[in-house]
Ligand binder design. Sequence first.
Ligand SMILES: *Cc1c(COP(=O)(O)O)cnc(C)c1O
Length: 220
Amino acid sequence: MSIKENLLKLKDQIPANVKLIAVSKTNPINKILEIYNAGYKIFGENRVQELIDKQPQLPADIEWHFIGHLQTNKVKYIAPFITMIESIDSLKLLKEVNSEAEKNNRVIDCLLEMYIATEESKFGLDLSEAFAILDSTEFKDMRNIRICGLMGMATYTDYTDIVRKEFKNLKLYFNQIKEKYFTDKSYFKEISMGMSGDYQIAIEEGSTMVRIGTAIFGDR
Ligand SMILES: *Cc1c(COP(=O)(O)O)cnc(C)c1O
């Protein structure tokens, strides 16, 4: 199937209230344009260098989501144009995003990346670390970021009951954080979970945003 057919098939399977992020990492400009020309404008990248190489070569109305581990010293390169940073995993990083957003006269939408997998290598916060960020006076003074929800990656495994449990956990974290800090904030509404291998389970467990690469672009 062509990239465009993959996309249309996915859009058919994904409920209208779930946003699809086309993860274009490692894929070239011409393939991204194939999707863009099919009328689709939301893309995800996980490396700053790759993103800032591609972004100027592509239409300006693309909404870019940053989904990889982000080093504080690189925030300045993406702050002028990034639509959402899904991978906030420390107060230090959030402070830097706020300060670069201010320099650019913008408010940048962010998600807190939560650690839900059983694998050791993944980045992300546990619930107490997320509470610590949201309780900090630094956070309360930030005017140029908005926390719009949570992101998480499940363990890479064929055992779907493990994956489902991890997604359920992220949903519980979301409910707890919403209740404690954001009850009156309608923008705190996103649960970014689900990739090519597990998006169906993620949607069943309450995902509002799926990040899909290989199921659209083919194997990397
Ligand atoms: C690469 C990546 C994806 C997409 O993975 P696929 O398995 O290709 O769909 C989603 N989220 C993050 C954080 C990624 O790095």
